[in-house]
Design a binder for this molecule. Structure first.
Ligand code: PLP
Length: 376
């Protein structure tokens, strides 16, 4: 999209503009009095036009909303800026969360920014090391729970209930959802005032799908937009309680005790926001579906090698889902896939075999290697 079609006047060039991002939408956030945001300039992430995958899949308009470009590399920053701002307003000192990784990285950074203490509880041995590096370097206190994310969250919620001095930062905190809903406003603006036909995104604890749906509902109820998108929630086949409820037409979610997937960010069997997620999917006329781990890896690699976008495994689930959704989309559908986290956080899942890379001892070796590659 070419945005500068005509030469701007010099005066308008210097006019102050509020950049795209979470706080551009301050009027849509639930603060009654003026606040000073604890911000790292989150949001305002690119809506990238897919050229190769779009053609391969025979789709009309396909966009990738690349949330990995947020300050700590995931969509969590949108909610964290708002929730940490709220925490400072309330005079909270110690912020706590259970996390599959990205929430802890984001909380640690925003707590540092707001001069607050961060405590993060992670399931032992199950968090991508890049995310732990972030939590460490930002100075969070890291504690482990022997068990999975669901058990870690239950433990934290139980303790917070009895200790009001601790401020809970998981997505049951409504201020997180308020920040995350701004993705909907932003996509609407980036599409030139249009609502996409479909928003496809990964679902774990189900906060994000609920938040984005809320954003689109608000745009419509405020008379800014006229329609709503269909929400498509994608889960890994081994961790799919929402998909199960959707497929069985249940109005409740049966927790999965032993959720399994290599996409650790969405390895969640007992999603806290299940009720809102089911409502978003059903009320929007959308759907929920699974993809396998091997489809996730293939989609991640294709997105990286064909579109130049490196996302973490969980974030590749909407791309993996596209192949299955082809029959669902109308010929002129506008589709937005939300890629939620940056691939650099999750490097363990990429095999790098440096031993196989030829070692050069001179220019001739380089030419030989190029030649053998061309002939092989
Ligand atoms: C990269 C990534 N994608 C998706 C999700 C799932 O989001 P939600 O728990 O809001 O459904 C998470 C949650 O941790 C995540 O880190």
């Amino acid at each position: 999209m070419v945005l500068v079609a005509r030469k701007p006047s010099r005066r308008s060039l210097l006019r102050q503009r509020v950049a795209l991002g979470v706080w551009r939408y301050a009027e849509g956030l639930p603060f009654r009095r003026e606040v000073r945001p604890v911000s790292l300039q989150e949001g305002g992430t690119p809506l990238v036009v897919s050229s190769h995958l779009r053609k391969e899949l025979g789709m009309h308009e396909l966009y990738i909303k690349n949330e990995g470009q947020n300050p700590t590399g995931s969509f969590k920053d949108r909610g964290m800026t708002v929730a940490v701002t709220r925490a400072t307003q309330r005079g909270a000192r110690t912020l706590i969360c259970a996390s599959t990784g990205n929430t802890s990285a984001s909380l640690a950074a925003y707590a540092a920014r707001g001069s607050l203490e961060a405590v993060v509880i992670v399931p032992t041995g199950k968090v991508a090391s890049g995310k732990l590096v972030q939590a460490t370097v930002h100075g969070a206190r890291i504690l482990r729970v022997k068990g999975n994310f669901d058990e870690a969250l239950e433990l934290v919620m139980g303790v917070v209930r009895k200790n009001p001095a601790l401020y809970l930062m998981n997505s049951i905190n409504p201020y997180r959802i308020e920040g995350q809903k701004t993705l909907a406003y932003e996509v609407f603006e980036q599409l030139g005032g249009r609502v996409p036909d479909y928003v496809v995104l990964p679902v774990g604890n189900a906060g994000n799908i609920s938040a984005i749906w809320k954003g689109f509902l608000e745009l419509k109820s405020w008379g800014i937009s006229e329609r709503l998108p269909k929400m498509v929630g994608v889960q890994a086949a081994g961790a799919a309680p929402i998909v199960e409820a959707y497929e069985k037409k249940r109005d409740y979610v049966e927790p999965w005790r032993d959720a399994k997937t290599m996409a650790s960010a969405i390895r969640i069997g007992k999603p806290v926001s299940w009720r809102k997620a089911l409502r978003a999917i059903r009320d929007s006329g959308g759907l929920s579906m699974t993809v396998t781990d091997s489809e996730i890896i293939q989609a991640r690699d294709e997105l990286a090698s064909k579109e130049g976008l490196f996302v973490e495994a969980a974030s590749a689930t909407p791309i993996a889902a596209l192949e299955h959704l082809r029959g669902e989309f109308k010929p002129h559908s506008t589709i937005v896939c939300v890629t939620t986290g940056n691939g650099l956080k999750d490097q363990e899942s990429v095999k790098v075999d440096l031993e196989k890379a030829p070692e050069l001892s001179g220019g001739q070796d380089l030419l030989d290697a190029l030649r053998s590659n061309a002939s092989g």
